[in-house]
Design a protein around this ligand. Structure first.
Ligand SMILES: Cc1ncc(COP(=O)(O)O)c(C=O)c1O
Length: 366
């Protein structure tokens, strides 16, 4: 990097390394020249996209010479109907990561503290540094479940934002209804509470605690996405729900035309595709069980997950395991990027055939 240019950049950026996503399939094709690649590294939907969404994209393809409707009026209308809330309580983003980003930009001044768990979604830390806020990390329990008391203890006079990822990426751990009730009730009213519910549709525990019923508190924001259960990760569309006052603030900084015509139309159609959602949930439940049982047989410790991925620990060197899997065309996610020791791996639940191939390869490697 040219040092002269680096000096011009905001000082807080020196704490940031660029976000490293799961290795793209195209990159492994280039590197290894393999004919078939299985990607189990980015928690995408293995069943593809909702067929209703694909049809909507095709139908609208001819209209992309026009700008989209900036505030995604129709999609907001659909969500407001389905969720039973006012359309003015919804903001649409280019993925839920944009909702999280807008929240930090809108509410955090340099020096404000943002409290979040670690390990959790890496973006929180990047955003805190990017906007000059101070990241305050809360450790998880030894079994990677949340310790909400230590979360609350970390809230200080300087805290502006608390972020809870539920279910958590990368651990799959979750917060139950009664735990969430106590947590939310103890967050001061002058602190914004952001709940990242990117994976909530996959939660199997009937006692899973969504923050939805706490919207009335006024300081709660929920970020949700069409990237996971609806299979639209490549379109970049998600939404935030909150009080009208919060949404009014977020709308001030939402970039104009931040989502595309095709993404908006696909999302509207996907919301009607209940069959696809049902199938995706059933598939995830069945295949997660298969993977978990077989990974345990291979000596992995598999942590309880309410999402579409499994967080695993091995006695062996995870980086080597990941490397060997890549040589055989299978991409999983080593957890060193999350600052964890070398023996953790996150595996996305794939298609049935992909999961069986993974286990077959691991039987050879482990
Ligand atoms: C916890 C969590 N939140 C948000 C996102 C971002 O999703 P989106 O594609 O909606 O930006 C992800 C993506 O993997 C995630 O794991």
């Amino acid at each position: 990097m040219n040092n002269r240019i680096e000096k011009l950049a905001r000082k807080s950026l020196s704490f940031i390394s660029p976000y490293v996503p799961g290795k793209p399939v195209e990159q492994l094709f280039r590197e290894k020249g393999l004919s078939k690649i299985i990607k189990l590294a980015s928690n995408e939907n293995p069943l593809g996209a909702s067929p209703y969404a694909v049809k909507a994209i095709k139908n609208k393809a001819q209209t992309v010479n026009r700008y989209p409707e900036g505030d995604a009026f129709a999609l907001k209308g659909k969500l407001s109907h389905l969720l039973g809330i006012d359309g003015r309580q919804i903001v649409i983003g280019s993925g839920s990561s944009e909702i999280i980003s807008m929240t930090v930009q809108a509410f955090c001044e340099p020096g404000d503290e943002i409290v979040f768990a670690w390990p959790s979604f890496i973006i929180y830390k990047i955003l805190a540094h990017a906007f000059g806020a101070k990241p305050v990390e809360v450790g998880l329990n030894a079994d990677f479940t949340y310790n909400l008391d230590s979360y609350l203890e970390k809230i200080s006079k300087k805290t502006k934002l608390v972020i809870l990822c539920n279910p958590n990426n990368p651990t799959g751990s979750h917060v139950k209804k009664h735990e969430l009730r106590r947590f939310i009730r103890n967050i001061p009213e002058n602190v914004i509470a952001l709940f990242d519910e990117a994976y909530f549709e996959y939660a199997e525990d009937p006692d899973f605690g969504s923050a939805f019923q706490w919207l009335g508190k006024g300081n709660v924001i929920i970020a949700r996405t069409f990237s996971k259960i609806y299979g639209l990760a490549g379109l970049r569309i998600g939404y935030g729900i909150a009080s009208k006052d919060i949404i009014r603030i977020l709308e001030k900084i939402r970039p104009p035309f931040n989502t595309t015509i095709l993404a908006q139309e696909a999302a509207i159609a996907a919301l009607d595709d209940r069959n696809f959602v049902r199938k995706s949930i059933q598939h995830n439940k069945k295949e997660k069980k298969y993977l978990s049982e077989n990974l345990k047989k291979l000596g992995f410790t598999v942590f309880q997950s309410q999402a579409n991925f499994l967080f695993c620990q091995t006695e062996k060197n995870a980086a080597e395991i990941c490397q060997k899997l890549e040589e055989n065309g299978i991409i999983v996610r080593p957890m060193t990027g999350f600052g964890l020791k070398e023996n953790f791996i996150r595996i996305t639940v794939g298609k049935s055939s992909e999961n069986r191939l993974l286990i077959k390869q691991l039987e050879k490697i482990c």
